[in-house]
Design a protein around this ligand. Structure first.
Ligand code: G3P
Length: 224
């Protein structure tokens, strides 16, 4: 299972890469805009920093423009994967980009049916959004299982990429549901390691430890 980081921040990419959590990177126009720098320079820096796939999204909605932009964007680096919207226009675009051998990530999938033609086409990734559905009090967990089963049933090379992972529960659901890849934003990893029960447990162990005679603690802590 691949773990991508969902960010365009160089600082975050470096931090999570060192922690073994960057098999690739996913960006979107909003994440690039948040950095406030030249997106082209930002993308070039990201692609140089990671060996794995870096998803970069088109910013048009018309197929001719998406195709032209995608062809130029993928020249920036060999590990670029073009994010195309999971729409009729995106499908038209994807068919044309596939013919050019361009790698793609079909994005903004909210229902597995949206991804079916892209899975049939054999795009590299299809991004199922979890958090953006659950923001409205609905669950998209079943969709993970359904999409995973569809890909297998259709005998497609497309990888199910679970995206829009907002918290530790979504992360676990994405793993259990059979995702091939999960893109996790830094804020989710921060939540994973902000568990108050962990902090309490760690504090209790160390408080009790300090009750032991100092010479015995020193012996243990300076063992060689
Ligand atoms: O890859 C998906 C991601 O870029 C969007 O996630 O958190 O804005 O719903 P989010």
């Amino acid at each position: 299972m691949e773990f991508f980081i969902d960010t365009a921040s160089i600082t975050d990419i470096k931090k999570y890469k060192a922690l073994g959590l960057v098999d690739g990177v996913t960006t979107n126009p909003a994440l690039l805009a948040k950095e406030g720098k030249s997106p082209i320079e930002q993308i070039s820096e990201i692609t140089a920093l990671v060996d794995g796939p870096v998803s970069v999204e088109v910013t048009y909605t018309e197929p001719d423009k998406m195709v032209a932009q995608a062809k130029k964007l993928c020249k920036l680096a060999d590990n670029i994967v073009i994010k195309v919207p999971c729409s009729f226009a995106g499908l038209d675009t994807a068919i044309r980009l596939k013919a050019e051998g361009i790698k793609m990530n079909a994005t903004l999938v909210f229902h597995p049916s949206q991804a079916v033609p892209f899975i049939k086409l054999g795009v590299e990734y299809a991004s199922l959004f979890i958090g953006r559905v659950e923001d409205f009090g609905l669950s998209n967990v079943e969709a993970i299982y359904a999409m995973s089963a569809s890909i297998e049933e259709m005998g497609s090379p497309t990888k199910l990429l679970s995206a829009s992972i907002r918290n530790p529960d979504y992360l676990m659901e994405a793993i259990e549901g059979g995702s091939d890849a999960i893109t996790v934003p830094p804020v989710c990893w921060e939540k994973v390691y902000s568990n108050p029960l962990f902090a309490l447990g760690e504090k209790e162990f160390l408080d009790s430890w300090r009750g032991l005679d100092e010479s015995m603690r020193v012996e243990y802590e300076s063992i060689d």
